[in-house]
Design a protein around this ligand. Structure first.
Ligand SMILES: [Fe+2]
Length: 262
């Protein structure tokens, strides 16, 4: 598969000469490279054949390919006001024909995993095999989004942050009861309930309840993303109480028997 070379030149065709736009493009390019690594890591511990691992790696690198034309046309990463970047990515890959030498079944897996990687819930129309890759890319993606936020975005001064990333939520000292409740009840929070930046951080913490693979929980714990995220939130009892709830949940998942959640 020549997808690596194709990806580099495709991304390069979206480069900007102005710093603000280029920063947004670079962020997604680096993210794609890291998701490729996360995906390969999780796949190596789960699949037994090299072909399966390679397919997973391809999905990792290409999952956000729709972000580049999305930004070029709409100058935003907010799907709600532009286009579904998962669906757009799958369209791009189908049109570019980079998987010509693959079997139709394998091509289908890759395109569907890209198409649905950002869906709120897993679609019920996919084959069990596709679902495995889809669950894996969703994990690999979340792991790197936590890296982007804890190591890049929250550490930077607000004016230096890549502009399209925080989705424009206001920065206040507040957070919403509804989002906090979602974390305590171990449920995914909804983007529609997010009112401010802290809510958005709490929403990202609820993604933990959507992780699928044991290895993903180990990577999350090894990289200490829970503390890094909670440290950037207001220092209140109810916020600090979240650390243990989230860490206990991870330990439980790491110690379970199977490699993937049912
Ligand atoms: Fe994405």
């Amino acid at each position: 598969m020549q997808y690596k070379t194709w990806f580099s030149s495709y991304v390069r065709s979206f480069y900007y000469t102005n710093e603000k736009d280029q920063k947004n493009i670079e962020l997604k390019e680096i993210h794609s490279g890291n998701v490729y690594k996360n995906m390969t890591d999780i796949a190596q511990g789960f699949f037994s054949s090299e072909d399966e691992v390679n397919t997973a790696s391809a999905v990792g690198l290409l999952h956000d390919v729709g972000r580049f034309p999305q930004y070029a046309k709409y100058k935003t990463f907010k799907d709600a006001v532009s286009v579904n970047h998962g669906a757009l990515g799958a369209e791009v890959l189908a049109q570019e024909g980079i998987f010509k030498e693959l079997s139709p079944a394998l091509k289908d897996i890759i395109l569907n995993a890209v198409k649905y990687h950002n869906a709120y819930k897993l679609p019920s129309v996919l084959t069990p095999k596709t679902l495995v890759y889809l669950k894996m890319i969703r994990d690999a993606d979340k792991l790197d989004i936590w890296r982007v936020f804890t190591e890049e975005i929250f550490m930077q001064n607000k004016t230096e942050r890549p502009s399209a990333v925080m989705l424009g939520f206001p920065v206040t000292d507040d957070y919403s009861e509804k989002i906090l409740k979602a974390v305590y009840s171990k449920q995914l929070a909804k983007l529609a309930d997010v009112k401010c930046e802290n809510d958005f951080k709490l929403l990202q913490l609820t993604w933990i309840f959507d992780l699928n693979f044991k290895r993903s929980f180990s990577l999350l714990v090894e990289r200490n993303y829970i503390d890094k995220m909670v440290d950037t939130l207001p220092d209140t009892l109810e916020i600090n109480g979240l650390r243990q709830v989230l860490k206990d949940y991870c330990s439980l998942q790491i110690n379970r028997d199977s490699g993937i959640s049912e």
